[in-house]
Design a protein around this ligand. Sequence first.
Ligand code: SD4
Length: 326
Amino acid sequence: MSQRRKFIKQSLAGSALFLPGAVSAFSSFDERNPKTGEIPLILSTWNHGVPANAAAWAKLKETNSILDAVEAGVRDTELDMDNLSVGLQGLPDREGITTLDASIMTGDGGCGSVAFVRQIKHPISLARAVMEKTPHVMLAGEGARQFAIAQGFPLEEEVLSPKAQIEYDKWKVTSQYKPIINIENHDTIGMIGIGSNGMLAGSCTTSGLAYKMHGRVGDSPIIGAGLYVDDEVGAATATGLGETIIRICGSFLIVELMRQGRSPQEACEEAVRRLVTKSKNIQDIQAGFLAINKDGETGAFAVHPGFNFAKATASGNLLIDSKSHF
Ligand code: SD4
């Protein structure tokens, strides 16, 4: 049977479950973590992962490409006007300028990213263009914007979204520089997936830390920090305070731990343990990881309670609470 026909057959039974009302939540992740998971599988961070997974699943059905799927999934979040941590509607830096970071990776070592980029509605697609159309892995700032123009990406007007403007005006009253991400201040989307052909891919996109210094780049566009994918092993992605994630090469660390035999869950827990030991003021810092291995097993773990993620298979698209270190 061709891979495409096999995928359609596998996914048909579950397709009705992708209606908006079909989302349900489970308090414990492990009870639903079989030794070998269902494939295809898509995992993404936070509750906006549910609609993002649905968009990714629809694309996977259309093209049978897990790369297309993880790009389409997070493009959905990049347009979500309620999300103040992804896309041009996200909260700005201290100067009132919104700058975006994004990365994309395939399990054969292909990767592309953009950092500190302005005026681009879909940085994930720009990251994909860096991967596919340049000899480089990463473009930043004005160079990334020039590349976008050359590739025909429209430049958006540089104005804050109404919600971001309200929040920025409030912040300016005290202008306190507190580079923390706590459990109320998050929303980056990281998405990892495996197609029915066993190929893996991942994507990550964010406006980064609110009120960051102008020029600050987080973990999301750093291959190995916010995202890492290897067809031989599995994939991992991160959310939370990027500085803490970069410091431990979080996503690469998780994939390497899985390579050495740890389950995705064990690998995520070890990465959080290491992050906790290397970070000061850990009470104020939230970070979380998601992982899958090539057998479709999954893992999730965070520093503090409050992290959740969406898991899509042919059986459904579920919002699940992650366990945490504290
Ligand atoms: C960053 N990791 O720029 C991102 C922010 C984030 O949920 O994940 N927020 O540090």
